[in-house]
Design a protein around this ligand. Structure first.
Ligand code: ANZ
Ligand code: ZN
Length: 831
């Protein structure tokens, strides 16, 4: 062996061997216990980043470890390959989205390979390929046939200058990202998936996900947002009535106005006779559709002059407004406002000088006059509310709902914040929705034998809008049902649909159908899923829904897609700024100086690596310089995996030095004879501890134990124990630094791959601590502590205690009358 580990050479050599031998291909038919380890698949943006490296290294250590303990491991990789950035590249650089995407996949795949991940590349998939999205189209049709897909008018962001629909992320401060025009809300007929049918199941299923982080479960719970509500009618001064919906019926005595949406029938009726109303409604239609935008928009209202009668007291009347913050799509499109206890209502009430009455006590504050500009949304006993006074919020809700129902003016309902999933995107680079619109037959599903409906290649991006829609021929097809000339659907599916079932396709990928039920069921659910917390809500909820929907239609009998979930922290780095405020990248800076100008720079906060702040470290040159193993090792050390990992040069250099140190240890192991009991114990404790740490994904703890073990081995003198510890240490580090481990394993004369070797077994007897620290007392007072081998006999303990300097001093010349010995615990000398 050479005394220096040549990572560049070893990395490439072992990667080729793993590839040639298909070492990490999973066997569907294996009789071994199965492990499905999955990291969230990447979007092929062009290059991998440190976040990918950290994420995939964690999954890789678990996957390799599970192989070593004898599992058949499925650890696949693919590409979430549809989406806007490819279309943006097409618009900016004139390159076809497909060309751009496939080139990125090729680059990134090569980059991933250089990190030596134990991936089953035979199952690689890319969602932008017809052999993936064609099966997705088939599943969409199955869901359509089962009534889980429907069409509905819904609001979109409309750019009036570019004449196109914009995705929410293309609306910046209420304006189109390209045109800069104020975005309007427009109605379009769009496709929806009935996720709300599964709201209760999705909520209740969370309780059974023991291996999910609580914070993610809470986020999903809030997103589903199940609550009890009340729907009831207010009588109006014009003889009509308006139905409102509330989740806070307890606050009914704090109501100071009623508000309806701009497209509520009452508003529309008033607009017909009053141009001022019509103008106000037009004003409300400006602005984006995202919840955040709705929240930050200024609250605007139009007083209709109508009044509404309070359900519990006809003497109380409330003004009726048309308001821009009330949505027609939610509840009944009308609300009553309680300004003291809802911030939107308070903003509105202050603006229009309406009454603000406190009805929930805020600690000592019970005064009906509410002065603050911040609504009180906390809990407390009801006040100023007649028969509700003194009740808690939940109790008061029940009382009001009970009275409304028994008096017949309202109904209690269970309501959800969760909306059905709108999947239509007016974009090119996505899965074509397999529907044909016929004037006679309406929307008709494409017969499955015509799938995949493939995207046309000859599209242009020089003008805004959807290239599929303006393609000269693609959409003109005969109706599958009656044969008359008809139009293909030109919307494509939300890319979240693609990622809602890729883990099923990884498990089984027949050519002629989306997956084989029996084989997919062998692998699923994914045992350990690892990814960013940014997907805590949408992706994970959609995948849970899709899995249930497939179960509902009998295609797959799996309750939950991901049994275990782990959300890893980010890789962060310092930020640098030049004197003139320009962000500088780490290579442009040395010792606090901008290299190019020689001027001092300002060191900013440590933040998530991002292109905009230029504080990214490109993994590829790091791997070139330090090798895959040092890079992997650094990703695992220092920070707990759920926390942020600050990148530092010192950190990667330290990892590199440790890799070299491991190499010297494996290289220089002189054979020896005789046992070294302390080292034996250390080794076996480390084996057991690391196994637990890896299962718990506490990689930093496993790393710390390996440092300790290596220290102990280095200090030990040659012995049979030391030789054993060296060769077992190779196995222990193999999941983390696999190239070095293979190299050392081969050099030590083993025939097979260390990737296929078994995890060392533990001798339970050696796990027991064999030393005890005992209290030595004189007349019941602690005077000394001494360490003995476990089970040391009484007379030896007694003799050692009496010989202690501290004891002798404490006895002050007196004789011991009696010595009480509790073996392994204490010695008490009575003097
Ligand atoms: C009275 C009230 C008092 C309300 C109070 C809230 C706080 P969640 O919980 O998110 O479902 N609301 C109902 N329909 C609406 C619509 N179409 N557009 C805008 N707001 C609407 O929200 C339910 C609450 O949102 C309802 O309860 C209603 O205001 C409002 F202290 O009624 B509440
Ligand atoms: Zn037809």
């Amino acid at each position: 062996m050479a005394s220096r580990f040549n990572a560049l050479k070893a990395d490439a050599a072992w990667q080729k061997i793993w590839d040639d031998r298909r070492t990490f291909a999973a066997d569907d038919m294996s009789a071994k216990p199965r492990s499905y380890v999955l990291e969230m698949f990447p979007y092929p943006s062009g290059r991998i980043h440190m976040g990918h490296v950290r994420n995939y290294t964690m999954g890789d250590v678990l996957a390799r470890y599970r192989r070593m303990i004898g599992h058949e491991v499925l650890h696949p990789m693919g590409w979430d390959a549809f989406g806007m950035p490819a279309e943006n590249a097409a618009m900016e650089k004139g390159v076809h989205p497909g060309t751009w995407t496939l080139a990125n996949i090729e680059t990134m795949k090569a980059q991933l390979k250089r990190l030596g991940f134990a991936l089953d590349w035979t199952r690689e998939l890319a969602t932008c390929k017809p052999d993936y999205y064609g099966h997705e189209q088939a599943l969409f049709l199955d869901l359509y046939a089962a009534g889980l897909v429907y069409r509905k008018e819904s609001a979109v962001n409309w750019d009036p200058v570019d004449m196109t629909v914009l995705a929410n992320e293309q609306v910046i401060d209420g304006r189109g990202w390209r045109s800069g025009a104020l975005v309007e809300r427009r109605k379009l007929s769009q496709w929806f998936l009935k996720i709300t049918d599964f709201a209760d199941e999705l909520l209740e299923g969370l309780d059974r996900l023991e291996h999910w982080p609580d914070k993610v479960k809470l986020m999903q719970e809030n997103w589903i947002g199940r609550s009890r509500g009340l729907q009831f009618r207010f009588a109006l001064s014009d003889g009509g009535s308006v139905e409102v919906f509330t989740t806070r019926p307890d606050t009914i005595f704090g109501a100071s106005f009623v508000a309806v949406a701009a497209d509520h029938p009452i508003a529309q009726r008033l607009a017909a006779g009053n141009p001022a109303v019509a103008d106000f409604i037009a004003l409300c239609k400006q602005g984006g559709t995202t919840a955040a935008e709705m929240d930050t928009q200024e609250k605007l209202g139009f007083d209709t002059g109508l009044t509404a009668t309070h359900p519990f007291d006809p003497a109380i009347t409330l003004p009726v407004y048309i308001a821009n913050f009330v949505l027609m799509e939610y509840g009944t499109g009308a609300v009553f406002g309680v300004p003291a206890h809802d911030q939107r209502d308070l903003d509105f009430a202050r603006k229009y000088a309406l009454l603000v009455t406190r009805v929930v006590a805020d600690g000592d504050a019970t005064d009906p006059i509410f002065e603050s500009m911040t609504a009180f949304t906390g809990g407390g006993p009801l006040v100023n509310s007649r028969f509700l006074d003194g009740l808690g919020i939940e109790e008061a809700k029940r009382v009001v709902i009970g009275r409304a129902e028994s008096e017949g003016w309202g109904t209690g309902t269970t309501v959800y914040r969760l909306r059905d999933w709108g999947v239509s995107r007016q974009r090119y680079w996505g899965t074509p929705i397999p529907i044909v619109h016929c004037d006679a037959c309406g929307p008709v599903g494409v017969p499955k034998e015509q799938l995949p409906i493939v995207l046309p290649d000859d599209v242009t991006f020089d003008v805004p809008g959807n290239p599929l829609d303006r393609h000269p021929t693609w959409k003109h097809v005969p109706c599958p049902s009656c044969g008359a000339p008809a139009r293909r659907e030109t919307d494509t599916l939300d890319t979240f649909v693609d990622s809602s079932w890729y883990f099923i396709r990884f498990a089984s990928q027949p050519k002629d159908r989306p997956f084989d039920k029996a084989i997919a069921e062998k692998w699923l659910p994914v045992g350990q899923y690892i990814g960013g917390v940014e997907h805590a809500i949408l992706h994970l909820l959609y995948a849970r829904f899709w899995t249930r929907a497939l179960k509902h239609i009998g295609l797959l009998d799996v309750a939950e897609p991901f049994a275990g979930l782990f959300t890893q922290g980010m890789v962060t780095h310092e930020t640098y700024r030049a004197q003139d405020g320009r962000w500088l990248s780490p290579p442009e800076v040395r010792d606090g100086i901008e290299i190019a100008t020689g001027e001092a720079i300002e060191v900013g906060r440590v933040t998530k690596m991002s292109k905009s702040k230029k504080n990214t470290i490109d993994p590829e040159p790091i791997v070139d310089q330090y090798g895959a193993d040092a890079t992997r090792w650094f990703m695992l050390s220092d920070s707990p995996p759920e926390r942020d990992l600050p990148w530092s040069d010192a950190g990667i250099e330290g990892s590199w030095r440790f890799v070299q140190r491991l190499w010297r240890l494996f290289d220089g192991a002189a054979p020896g004879e005789g046992r070294d009991p302390a080292l034996d114990r250390k080794l076996h404790q480390t084996i057991a501890g690391i196994a637990d740490d890896i299962e718990a994904l506490s990689f930093n703890k496993a790393v710390a134990k390996l440092y300790e073990l290596v220290n102990a081995i280095e200090k030990a003198t040659p012995s049979a124990s030391r030789s054993e510890a060296v060769s077992k240490a190779m196995l222990l580090v193999a999941p983390m630094v696999p190239h070095l481990a293979e190299e050392a394993w081969a050099a030590a004369g083993h025939a097979g791959l260390i990737a296929d070797a078994a995890w060392p077994s533990v001798d339970p007897a050696l796990l027991v601590e064999d030393e005890v620290t005992m209290a030595i007392q004189v007349n019941g007072k602690l005077r000394d502590t001494l360490t003995f081998a476990k089970g040391t006999p009484r007379d030896a303990l007694e003799a050692a205690a009496l010989a202690s300097d501290k004891v002798i001093r404490a006895m002050d010349g007196k004789l011991a009358k009696k010595v009480i010995v509790v073996p392994d615990r204490l010695v008490n000398i009575v003097a």
